[in-house]
Ligand binder design. Sequence first.
Ligand code: OXD
Ligand code: MN
Length: 598
Amino acid sequence: MSVTKHKELLAWVEEIQAMCKPDEVVWCDGTKEEYDRLMNEMVESGMAIKLNEDKRPNSFLFRSDPSDVARVEDRTYIATRKQVDAGPTNNWIDPVELKKTMTELYDGCMRGRTMFVIPFSMGPVGSPIAKVGIEITDSPYVVVNMHIMTRVGQPVLDVLGEDGQFIPCLHSVGKPLGPGESDNGQWPCAPIEKKYIAHFPEENLIWSFGSGYGGNALLGKKCLALRIASALARREGWMAEHMLILRLTSPEGKQFHIAAAFPSACGKTNLAMMVPTVKDWKVECIGDDIAWMKIGPDGTLRAINPESGFFGVAPGTNYKTNPMAMETVKENSIFTNCVLTDDGDIWWEDMDYVAEHGIDWKGNEWTPDSGRNGAHPNARFTTPAAQCPIISENWEDPAGVPIDIFIFGGRRSDVMPLVHEAVDWDHGVFMGASAASEPTAAALDVKKKIRRDPMAMLPFAGYNIGEYWQHWFEMGDKLGDKQPKIFYVNWFRRDENRKFIWPGFGENSRILKWMCERVDGKADAVETPLGFMPQVKDIDIDGLDMDTKALEGILEIDREAFVSEFEDLDEFMQPVGDKLPKRMKNQIERFKDRMKNS
Ligand code: OXD
Ligand code: MN
């Protein structure tokens, strides 16, 4: 069956088939029948477990190989002709050399397997901001996840027509099967030294080998929608950012759209669909991980969520931290590396109850007394965005929503106050660029150690980070008086007993409300060396169960603490060398000056 007359696409598929040598080729149509058929096959082969239909309808559990549980940043490459174009924050290999290495790995790598061709759209099909990708994969797990995370099927090929542009994304789990051999229900992947997550931004091309997990394998997400798209966006004058998008509506019915960038494990999904505690304000979710933004005909910055599902971290998600996510994953969801309970449901650490017994993510018997986690800390749910009870009715609006506010942030137990506001665009770009976060995995070295994660894009900017910042400055120039206001938050300050001071979650709405009132010119702030900051009186604390003194404490600046901050920042910026924008240098100098002298 020929599903397309697109010659270039057909030629590419033939070329990959000749290289990878699968047993057969299947063009995916994105239908429910296809999803059900693949799931049934995976249940039969032992790869997937169907959950109890009464507990969690149409939902499935997968267990990955213990070596294949997360994105592999060390094996992720930006292959540009000149190393400087990848910049100091990316791993680089010459593209010719990398293609040679990977071609050898790809040769015959799909033997004994089916090669799926997945036409997908990032963004509503046909939206002026959307892009078409074609993922070739030998993993049916990838196909079913892509069904949820992207728009798959014939309408995408129709948009492509006979000569439309697409981004080729090649993926293999890197484990060919011998004659008569099968996976036997084991998750297929290649050893770490054979894993490559490769990006060729000069050709808009993605090659991934050896991993079947998350961002390594669902190539529409981090690879296309962030790394390749960020490079494309710079060339084409738009922005691809690691940001959630939400709408906040005031009691008077005024809508504000917020895009917020936080490193992984800083609560992006929680914020994206929070239930506000501040009275009569409403939150709607548009996206939880990625925002594509273009200047619209009216000059405002219009954002879409290029994805159609949430690929969220499961552990820690519960009815207190994220009730809307809990409601979203009630059915039609895929779970990876969670506990299987005795009644055929899933469980993870910090769910609302403690499971008494189950099978852990490695397939072993587990009880709470086993002394180990039942779910992997990076266990995930894949769930349709449309199922979120507070998904905005405009979440698929092809024109996007107009962004009023950008928020940057990170997880810091000290130094950074609860919230501050940039005095202008350039200052805000500096705030984003200097964002830092504490690693969350139990660090043996308890001493504070922070990782700079500019705009939460450290692992995702597909080109030189200095040029990425320059692009931010230039977008500000183009936006002129339509620039969103920029803020920086830190929900994670701790007291001397290491307890969180700010209650977070729904209470964060109080800070978002202050931001909206700043946009409207209704709320006060004081000018400080960090930027504008609220005082306690400027924040709506009605009903907030918190000591005012403690709140005052996290709205103060400890100037001494910023001295080591300067050193750390200089160390981070230094390798950017000649590519460090002049405007960024100015901002760094001004920041130091204000901290020391004002
Ligand atoms: C993610 C991440 O999976 O940022 O979204 O790591
Ligand atoms: Mn992310």
